[in-house]
Design a protein around this ligand. Sequence first.
Ligand SMILES: O=C(O)C(=O)[C@@H](O)CO
Ligand SMILES: [Mg+2]
Length: 260
Amino acid sequence: MPRFAANLSMMFNEHPFLDRFDAAAKAGFTAVEFLFPYEHKPEEVAQRLERNGLKQVLFNLPPGDWNAGEKGFAARPEKFDDLRQSLHTALPYAEATGVRRLHMMAGIADRHDPKAVDAFKKSIEWAADFVGDHGIDIVIEPINGRDVPGYFLNDFMFARDIITELGIPNVGLQFDIYHCQILHGDVTMRLREMMPMIGHIQIAGVPSRNEPAGEELNYPFLFAELDRLGYDNYVGCEYRPAGDTVAGLGWFKPYAGVKV
Ligand SMILES: O=C(O)C(=O)[C@@H](O)CO
Ligand SMILES: [Mg+2]
């Protein structure tokens, strides 16, 4: 049975960020993920995890000026110093929370520009080497162009090929089923093919990005497929609740309280 991590950037927005940990645990989650913890001290985040018995399964490296449209640096050759700095900023949070996976965003760049491709590979190599001694993996995530126009990594097969080419043990694919369905469809076959390189999975309803229930995708089938494929990490609930977070957790009831 899959284990689910609440995404605290999207869920439990009824509460201030640090109080979302308490709300997630109360609702039956045993793990959390979020985009960015950087407005809070590492020890504050760690304390919320500890007092709720929660596991931190993922967060993102600092992406630059998010509100100005920056979405990471990895494929931007002129931003390599920022990329390195983002790893130095994230590391104390990784150490405090015990997280084992960091999402490195590629940024806004042209996937067909060889300079961007080279920069992306160089960033992956540098980041994986930097966190490798700490037992941490780097994951990269294809994102659909409707949500993030111009995003460099907008193709699952391209991501697969880069991961294969580099062959770095602590680099994996962040397989967000929501993005896969929008970009390509054929989700089950792509999960089957890419499972050996998948480091993290996320879910949301398509097309709404609300609860993973009742729209274009048959999530109960996909959850059973993850079991058949032996996926044994957490599944991140990266969706925007349509209304009150807890009121929308009907889909989660059979899975509440399950730990890895
Ligand atoms: O948008 C997504 O999907 C994510 O997983 C984020 O980490 C990046 O915006
Ligand atoms: Mg995602």
